[in-house]
Design a protein around this ligand. Structure first.
Ligand SMILES: [Zn+2]
Length: 146
């Protein structure tokens, strides 16, 4: 069994009832604009939201943000979100970091491993180049803005 097929099986498992795999991630430009704007407005606090999306023809397409109460805070924003079950079409998360480091913290990695299949971290200056995508293992993955 190749590494890729193990990965795909895991993705399929994580997607639960969907039982679908994806090889590519597309994020709507509108969603990107919205999260960059919110990240800027929330600064110096973190903002956090869930990502809404669907897998179709092996492409994970991110189409919206799902906000939860208390979406900004000085710390622990991610923890709060991930204490809640992923609802509806939620497939992962996005959160911002104050500062120029978009690497996941240990807490981020833990929650990535437990919830969802696709996660974004946005660091300063909060532009398209400061968005970094991760899979459940905290490994960087590519995405396309559509
Ligand atoms: Zn973080």
């Amino acid at each position: 069994m190749t590494e890729q097929s193990v990965f795909q099986r895991l993705m399929s498992y994580l997607l639960g009832t969907n039982k679908k795999i994806f090889h590519e991630v597309h994020i709507d430009q509108e969603v990107v604009n919205e999260m960059l704007q919110i990240a800027q407005e929330a600064y110096p606090n973190e903002f956090v939201a869930l990502l809404e999306g669907k897998v179709k023809e092996e492409i994970l397409h991110i189409t919206g943000l799902i906000f939860l109460p208390g979406e900004t805070s000085n710390q622990g924003a991610v923890m709060k979100v991930f204490m809640m079950p992923l609802v509806g079409d939620a497939v992962g998360s996005v959160h911002s970091h104050p500062g120029y480091n978009a690497n996941p913290s240990n807490a981020d990695l833990y929650f990535f491993s437990k919830n969802g299949v696709f996660h974004l971290i946005i660091s300063q200056p909060y532009d398209e180049n400061s968005i970094v995508a991760y899979n459940s293992f905290g490994e960087r993955i590519d995405f396309i803005i559509v």
